[in-house]
Design a protein around this ligand. Structure first.
Ligand SMILES: [Zn+2]
Length: 181
């Protein structure tokens, strides 16, 4: 996680108590508990979209980068962050969308990719936009169930716009593939 501020903790006014010293680590732990709205097995931190946590006087600022513009999940994520911090009595929260860098599936950490696979979603294989998906040619997407690479694209859009629907030719099971960006 990128840290933009030198301050590691700050005194925040809370609803439940008068005030409490809140550390950056505490905020980061709370964020780690917030699942991606579409994929409950990975958190928004795993996804790599939380760019920085900044503690200012009496305020927490959290900068996130959208997975891609127009992804409706971002609104839900902003609300989830505010709600989770409010649960802890932290009311002064600002969630900003930052677009200085374009999110790529490379930002998803390896542990989260493994959890995706266990969940039945093939994790993104490479960072560049998947040309095979665009041209409709066979792609080297590995089946998350049996590990076969004999897989075919069925639809550009799986259960959500962020995923494509594949079928494994070995075990014949359909599965979602987390598309590369
Ligand atoms: Zn399979």
């Amino acid at each position: 996680m990128v840290m933009l501020s030198d301050r590691s903790e700050v005194l925040l006014p809370l609803t439940k108590q008068m005030a409490k010293v809140i550390s950056k680590e505490f905020i980061e732990q709370l964020l780690q508990e917030i699942p991606d709205p579409e994929i409950p097995v990975i958190s928004i931190v795993d996804l790599g979209i939380v760019r920085s946590v900044i503690l200012e006087n009496e305020k927490v600022i959290i900068n996130i980068t959208p997975t891609y513009s127009g992804c409706p999940a971002m609104m839900a994520i902003q609300k989830d962050i505010v709600a989770r911090l409010k649960d802890e009595g932290i009311e002064h929260v600002e969630v900003n969308l930052v677009h200085d860098e374009v999110w790529t599936t490379d930002w998803i950490n390896d542990a989260a990719k493994e959890r995706l696979r266990e969940y039945g979603i093939a994790p993104p294989e490479k960072s560049s936009p998947d040309k095979n998906l665009l041209t409709g040619k066979r792609s080297a997407v590995t089946c998350p169930r049996c590990g076969s690479i004999e897989t075919s694209l069925i639809s550009q859009f799986g259960s959500t716009a962020c995923k494509a629907l594949y079928r494994c030719e070995s075990c014949r099971e359909p599965f979602d593939y987390f598309k590369c960006h």
